[in-house]
Design a protein. Structure first.
Lengths: 338, 255
C-alpha cells in the first residue's frame, strides 16, 4: 500500500513540476494502461487458463462509452449539441464515466462468458476473436460517432479539467486505476472465490464436482477482466484525445497477449513487470521504425524458446525475493496466521 | 425417510445400456461397496449420482429431494462428496488451497465482498482457513499444507483428495477406487483411514473397489455389477460364495 502510494506520488509530482517531459509522461501513462490491460487479461488467460484473444474489443467499448459520455456532458459539438453539464464538473464526473465504460465492457464480457460454459480451448478462442470483430465492425458502422474515421473531442474535456486545477489529471487517474485494478485482482485471486477460477484451469470437471459454481465463476472472471479492459480503453481515449476503431483490432489484443505471456501466466507481478518492459521496449526501439515489428516478435520468439513460462512463470516476485514479502504483505498471510 | 436412495437408475450411452435398473438405499451410517469387472458401469453410476451425466431413467434422491437435473456443484452442496479413480486434484495449487476451493459450495459472500474486503468476506475466509487447517490436522497433512499438490507422493495425494472431499461436510462420501495403485502397506493404512474418517465425521460411505481384500474387510454390504446390471447384492460372505459373481470375475468352467 505504502509503496503504491509512494510510486503514485512521485509519478504525479514529477509530472506536475515538469521534471518529466510531455513525452516521458505519455510513455508513463501508456505504461499504466498496459499494466491494466495485461493484468486484466491475465485473469482469463493466466489464472483461468482460457485463451481469450479479443481483449481490444472490450477496450474499444470502454473507450467509446467514456469518451461519448464526457464529450456529451462537457463540450459543445456537432454530435450532441451544447454541453449538458457545466464544464467544471468534469473533474469529478470523469472517473464515473471511466467506470461507466468499464460497466458497458463488463456487460459485453457476457458475450464471451456465456459461450464459455460449453466451449473451451481453441473454440472459445475463436469466439473471443469474433467478439473483437463484432465490436470493431459495429463501431465502424455507426456514422454518428465517426465510424471508421474515429472520434475526438476528449482533449477538450481534459483541458476543461486543467482549467479548474492545473495538475496532471490523466497521470493521476491512470495510476489510480492501475492500483485499483491490481488491488482488485490481487484480492480476487487470493480469495476462495477466486481460487475457484484457478481450479477451473487445473481441472474444470473436478472443480464443478467439488462444489465450485463454474458458470458463476466464469462470468465473474470474464466480466471483471473485460470491465477492467474497458477502463483501460477509457483512459487511453482521454490520454490521446482521439480514438478510432482501427486502434482496437486483433493487433491490440495481441499486444495484450504478448504482455501476459511475457510476464508469466497467473503471475500478477509478472504482468506488471512485462507491461513496463514491453512499453519501454517499444519506445527504445522506436528509431527502428517499421523494423520494430520484426525485432519485438523476435524477442518473443526467443523468450518462448528459452523461457516458455515467461519471465516469472506462475510465481510472484515475492517468491524470488522473499524479503519483499515484508513490503507486499498480503491478506493471505494474515489469514494463515490463525 | 432414507438418507439417500437410487431407484431404477438406467443410463444409455447412445445405444449402449451402460447402467440398467440399479437400486440402492442408505438409511445413514452404512459402508457399502460397489464391485464388478472393468467396464461394468461402476464409475458411470457415480457420475450419474454426481450430476456429470443426466440419467436416462430413474431417480436419485438425497434427504427426500430429487437430485436429477441439478448441476454437480448443487448436488455437492446437498451433502455428497466424491474422490476420483485417477486422482483429480488441482496440481498447481497448494494442499491448503485445494481444500479451500472445495469450500466454494457454501461461500457466504459475493464478488463485491471480495472487492471491498468486507467484514463478511474476512469472517468467511477466516472460517474457511480454520476448517481447512483443522481438516488437514485430522488427516495428518498439516505439515504439507503449503506444498504444491503435484510435488506430493501418490499416497499422500490420495489422502489430500479424501481431505478435500471432507471439506464439503458430506453426509455421503463416494470413494472411487481409493486403493488403486497402492502397495500392501498403503492399503492397510487406507482401510484404517476409511474406518477412522467414517467414525470421526459420521459418514455414510459408498465405495468402488477392485481390491477384494479391501472390500471384504471394510464393507457391510456389496453390490456386484456386470455389464451395467446388478448380478448380486448382499453381505461380503454371501458375495464371496455367489456362483454368478465368481463367474463374472473368473469366467465359467469349461464342461
Amino acid at each position: 500500500m505504502l509503496l503504491a502510494f509512494l510510486v503514485f506520488l512521485s509519478l504525479v509530482g514529477l509530472s506536475w513540476t515538469g521534471t518529466f517531459s510531455t513525452y516521458t509522461q505519455l510513455v508513463i501513462m501508456f505504461m499504466g494502461v498496459n499494466i491494466i490491460m495485461s493484468s486484466s487479461l491475465n485473469l482469463i488467460n493466466g489464472y483461468m487458463g482460457e485463451f481469450s484473444c479479443g481483449h481490444a474489443g472490450f477496450m474499444a467499448l470502454g473507450a467509446y462509452t467514456s469518451s461519448l459520455l464526457t464529450v456529451w456532458f462537457f463540450t459543445k459539438g456537432s454530435v450532441f449539441g451544447p454541453n449538458l453539464l457545466p464544464p467544471e464538473w468534469s473533474v469529478w464526473v470523469f472517473p464515473f464515466t471511466l467506470l461507466a465504460g468499464g460497466v458497458v465492457a463488463a456487460l459485453a464480457g457476457l458475450m464471451v462468458a456465456i459461450p464459455s460454459f460449453r466451449t473451451r480451448g481453441d473454440y472459445l478462442a475463436i469466439i473471443t476473436l469474433a467478439a473483437n470483430y463484432i465490436v470493431k465492425s459495429a463501431i465502424e458502422n455507426i456514422q454518428t460517432i465517426g465510424g471508421a474515421r474515429g472520434f475526438m473531442g476528449m482533449s477538450r474535456v481534459v483541458n476543461e479539467m486543467k482549467n479548474v486545477l492545473d495538475i496532471p489529471w490523466m497521470m493521476i487517474w491512470t495510476w489510480i486505476f492501475v492500483f485499483l485494478t491490481l488491488g482488485v485482482i490481487h484480492r480476487f485471486v487470493s480469495s476462495t472465490y477466486g481460487k475457484g477460477i484457478i481450479a477451473i484451469r487445473e481441472d474444470e470437471i473436478a472443480a464443478e464436482i467439488m462444489g465450485v459454481n463454474t458458470r458463476r465463476a466464469k462470468m465473474a472472471a470474464f466480466m471483471l477482466s473485460s470491465g477492467m479492459a474497458g477502463v483501460a480503453g477509457g483512459l487511453i481515449a482521454h490520454i490521446l484525445g482521439y480514438i478510432n476503431p482501427g486502434s482496437f483490432t486483433i493487433m491490440k489484443s495481441t499486444e495484450a497477449l504478448v504482455m501476459v505471456y511475457l510476464g508469466g501466466m497467473g503471475s500478477l507481478s509478472g504482468s506488471v513487470l512485462s507491461a513496463i518492459l514491453f512499453t519501454l521496449m517499444l519506445e527504445v526501439l522506436r528509431p527502428l521504425q517499421v523494423i520494430k515489428w520484426v525485432v519485438v516478435p523476435l524477442i518473443l520468439f526467443l523468450l518462448m524458446m528459452f523461457r516458455t513460462e515467461g519471465l516469472l512463470g506462475q510465481r510472484e516476485i515475492t517468491d524470488f525475493f522473499p524479503r519483499l514479502k515484508r513490503i507486499f504483505k498480503s491478506r493471505e498471510e494474515t489469514h494463515a496466521a490463525f | 425417510m432414507p438418507l439417500f436412495e437410487v431407484r431404477s437408475l438406467t443410463h444409455y450411452f447412445g445405444g449402449l445400456k451402460a447402467v440398467s435398473d440399479f437400486n440402492l438405499h442408505f438409511q445413514g451410517g452404512e459402508l457399502v461397496g460397489l464391485i464388478g469387472p472393468n467396464g461394468a458401469g461402476k464409475t458411470t453410476i457415480f457420475n450419474l449420482v454426481c450430476g456429470v451425466y443426466r440419467p436416462s431413467q430413474g431417480e436419485v434422491n438425497m434427504d427426500g429431494r430429487s437430485l436429477v437435473g441439478f448441476y454437480p456443484h448443487q448436488i455437492t452442496a446437498s451433502g455428497i462428496a466424491r474422490t476420483f479413480q485417477n486422482i483429480r486434484l488441482w496440481p498447481e495449487m497448494t494442499v491448503l488451497d485445494n481444500l479451500r476451493v472445495a469450500h466454494n459450495y457454501h461461500l457466504g459472500y459475493g464478488i463485491l465482498d471480495v472487492v471491498f474486503q468486507t467484514s463478511r468476506h474476512r469472517k468467511a475466509e477466516a472460517g474457511i482457513y480454520k476448517r481447512a487447517l483443522e481438516t488437514l490436522e485430522i488427516m495428518g497433512l498439516r505439515d504439507h499444507s503449503r506444498e504444491l499438490v503435484k510435488n506430493l507422493p501418490y499416497g499422500l495425494q490420495r489422502k489430500v483428495e479424501i481431505a478435500r472431499a471432507l471439506m464439503v461436510k458430506p453426509k455421503l462420501l463416494l470413494l472411487d477406487e481409493p486403493s488403486a495403485g497402492m502397495n500392501l502397506g498403503e492399503k492397510h493404512a487406507l482401510i484404517e483411514l476409511i474406518r477412522f474418517i467414517r467414525k470421526q465425521f459420521q459418514l455414510t460411505i459408498w465405495l468402488i473397489e477392485h481390491e477384494m481384500r479391501v472390500v471384504m474387510t471394510l464393507c457391510e454390504y456389496i453390490h456386484v455389477l456386470d455389464f451395467g446390471a446388478t448380478i448380486a447384492a448382499g453381505p461380503p460372505e454371501e458375495i464371496q460364495r455367489n456362483p454368478k459373481v465368481i463367474e463374472a470375475y473368473l469366467g465359467k468352467e469349461v464342461d
